[in-house]
Design a protein around this ligand. Structure first.
Ligand code: UT7
Length: 325
């Protein structure tokens, strides 16, 4: 029996003009290139200038994804933007991206699940498509974390960067077999008991300020390896795939040691893991679509590739999406 699946038709990205290297950071806080590379794997990140907003980056990424998909903006009926750094408290960044791209149909809204935001947004879009409420969705992960960093806190400001990535999903009938294209499985988890390990100490409804990111890095690291391995294992069991059948792992890019730890735990070949954090740092909800865009541009992903995306972030929130390209 035929089923409707959300097939990835296009991917795009947009990064701020300005690049900040570890050497640049060492002029601001007491740190070194060696420490940052050894502890995180990051060498550089893009930082937004004043005229570059989360929506600006999202519009750039969305436009490229639409062009590559060969889909006219007027045919998009759903825009979801995953972000923890919206342009304004309201309206949503998604409606600003919608207007910027000339999309007038359907619905647009933001999703707030911090670094897991893209996995959450893909899951929501997939459910809109599978239930017939959307035919073509634009899913964006866009962040300007540089605006919520405490630039005096060396333990956090060296880790994050700005950017945006986007995918276009389209409803397509598939025959419900193992070679189906599109999103095959999604899994979302959250546990609010861990809020104090990773949060922003401000907000419109509490301090009336934006606040700064605070993180207990060591504890988050420990949970990340555990929780991400867990959702990957659950996804494999639920779909009946073995780890070595996955062609490409597109993880949230937080720390190279987390990626290597998960690969080792699950027995995944290191060359199957897409790593972009060396050049982008941790871009929160933007990191998976940015890595997906890298995989596309480097021809690492081709029609039929089985791709596993996963993330974990503030909340805690975590999850995984399995899709065939
Ligand atoms: O995307 C959301 C999820 N986020 C993550 O997954 C992040 C998870 N955590 C991590 O990636 C790592 O824990 C970090 C990269 C944040 C830190 O690495 P670590 O190996 O856990 O280091 P640490 O926090 O245990 O700090 C080690 C030392 C400390 O000094 P003492 O206490 O040992 O004397 C820090 O003060 O390194 C010091 N330190 C620094 N030194 C130079 C912390 N930040 C810096 C710095 N430069 N930028």
């Amino acid at each position: 029996m035929a089923v409707i699946r959300s097939v990835i038709r296009g991917v795009g990205a947009h990064l701020p003009r300005r690049i900040m290297t570890n050497a640049d950071l060492a002029k601001i806080v007491d740190t070194t290139d060696e420490w940052i590379v050894e502890r995180s794997g990051i060498r550089a990140r893009h930082i937004a200038d004043e005229d570059e907003l989360t929506s600006t980056l999202g519009i750039g990424a969305g436009r490229q994804a639409l062009v590559r998909a060969g889909i006219d903006p007027v045919d998009i009926d759903l825009v979801i933007c995953a972000t923890a750094t919206p342009d304004r408290t309201f309206p949503s960044t998604a409606v600003r991206i919608q207007a910027g791209l000339g999309i007038t149909k359907g619905a647009a809204f933001d999703v707030q699940a911090v670094c897991s935001g893209f996995v959450y947004a893909m899951t929501i879009a997939d459910n809109f498509i599978k239930t017939g409420q959307s035919l073509r969705a634009l899913v964006i992960g866009a962040e300007t974390f540089s605006r919520i960093l405490d630039w005096n806190d060396r333990s956090t400001c060296v880790l994050f960067g700005d950017g945006a990535g986007a995918v276009v999903l389209e409803a397509q009938p598939q025959h419900n077999g193992r070679d189906d294209r599109g999103i095959l499985s999604t899994l979302l988890r959250s546990d609010g008991r861990f809020e104090d390990l990773l949060y922003v100490d401000g907000g419109a409804g509490s301090t009336k300020t934006v606040g700064h990111l605070r993180m207990n890095g060591r504890e988050v690291f420990r949970h990340a390896v555990q929780k991400i391995s867990g959702v990957i294992e659950e996804t494999l069991v639920a779909t009946g795939y073995a780890a070595d059948e996955i062609d490409l792992f597109i993880p949230h890019q937080a720390n190279v040691r987390i990626l290597d730890g998960i690969a080792k735990k699950l027995g995944v070949a290191p060359e199957k893991i897409v790593k972009t954090l060396e050049r982008h740092g941790n871009t929160s909800a933007a990191s998976i679509p940015l890595a997906l865009n890298h995989a596309f541009e480097e021809h690492l992903v081709k029609e039929g590739s089985l791709v596993l995306m996963e993330a974990m972030g503030g909340g805690f929130t975590w999850g995984a999406v399995l899709a065939r390209w």
